[in-house]
Design a protein around this ligand. Structure first.
Ligand code: MTE
Length: 320
């Protein structure tokens, strides 16, 4: 296995250790930060929190150089230069270039539908939520994966603010629709734009589901879905919708862009499942970016303890 040296995974601009940094910000004790990095579903008391980003970009070193299973973090370079973002291009290695300088401020996210308190959030409003670090595996449906130190906050906290009504059964997310600013719309006109994704409300309330505004302690770059994207680590990466402008609570299961594109290939649930192959390739193993040999794919991407209960009694082959 190709091991990444920690010197290669530490971003270049980090001069303060995380501990000194957090102390200087007067934020959390070092032990809380370490606990948060090790725990997949940190409790309130064990969450590392970081002050909201201001105009100056804060750079916070990740609290660990592996995930809780010992997988090395992918480098900032890998995470920001090997991307899926079809609104720009289908070429993973060109997304970063094409997205460079894409304006993501000002930005608004309208949250509404079946809620009691519809609200439009500016990106500054979103940064007022307590920002936590979550080191997660991202497993793309194309059978590659990475380990990413995200910054963000639980989606459940935003949903609590808007107060879903009892009839709300699903959450529907929408990416910005900008055919003039993003070249992929015109190049790939056969997709049903804008990019839409969805979760069941109980999935959305699970503590692992976050809205991310940064990674490696820096604000998200456009190619990663700036200024705010969803991260649902137990599902294939396509569920982690980027550059969100709209979130609606709805009664019916939303049709995602990928469901509309190929119903037999991409289901609504898209839970990582090594036992259910994609019709055109196996999902039993994956290539971790930066490694030579393949790894076994884990049920629910290794988050079975946290999420398996959401699917009790469901046929996961039919509900793929
Ligand atoms: N969101 C939008 N709006 N457009 C996309 O093309 N691609 C998805 C997901 N979110 C995509 C998107 C896919 S297929 C994956 S694997 C992840 O983003 C990739 O996230 P990354 O580029 O940050 O690794």
């Amino acid at each position: 296995m190709n091991k990444i040296k920690s010197s290669e995974i530490t971003p270049e601009h980090i001069y303060l250790s995380r501990r000194d940094f957090l102390k200087s910000m007067g934020i959390v004790s070092a032990s809380a930060a370490i606990l948060a990095a090790c725990g997949i579903a940190p409790t309130e008391s064990a969450q590392a929190s970081v002050a909201p980003a201001s105009d100056t970009q804060l750079t916070v070193p990740p609290s660990a150089d592996t995930d809780e299973l010992g997988g090395a973090l992918n480098s900032f370079e890998d995470i920001t230069h090997y991307n899926n973002y079809y609104e720009f291009t289908t070429d993973k290695e060109r997304v970063a270039d094409l997205a460079e300088g894409y304006p993501t401020s000002p930005w608004e996210v309208r949250v509404g539908g079946l809620v009691n308190q519809a609200k439009t959030y500016s990106i500054d409003d979103l940064r007022k939520f307590e920002i936590e670090e979550r080191i997660y595996r991202l497993r793309c449906v194309e059978a590659w994966s990475m380990v990413i130190p995200w910054m963000g906050f639980p989606l459940s906290k935003l949903l609590a603010e808007v107060q879903p009504k009892a009839e709300a059964k699903y959450v529907r997310f929408e990416t910005i629709y900008d055919p003039e600013g993003m070249p992929g719309f015109k190049k790939n006109p056969w997709y049903q734009w804008p990019y839409v994704e969805g979760l069941r409300v109980d999935e959305a309330m699970n503590d692992l589901a976050i809205l991310s505004t940064g990674l490696y302690g820096k604000d998200l770059l456009p190619q990663s879905g700036a200024p705010v994207r969803l991260v649902v680590p137990w599902k294939y990466g396509f569920k982690s919708i980027k550059s969100i402008v709209k979130i609606d609570l709805v009664a019916e299961m939303p049709t995602s862009l990928w469901m509309a594109a190929a119903t037999n290939e991409y289901g609504f649930y898209a839970n990582v499942n090594p036992a259910v192959d994609h019709p055109r390739w196996s999902q039993g193993s994956e290539r971790r970016i930066g490694e030579f040999s393949r790894r076994e794919t884990l049920m629910f991407n290794g988050y079975e303890a946290e999420v398996a209960h959401l699917y009790t009694g469901m046929d996961l082959t039919a509900n793929f």
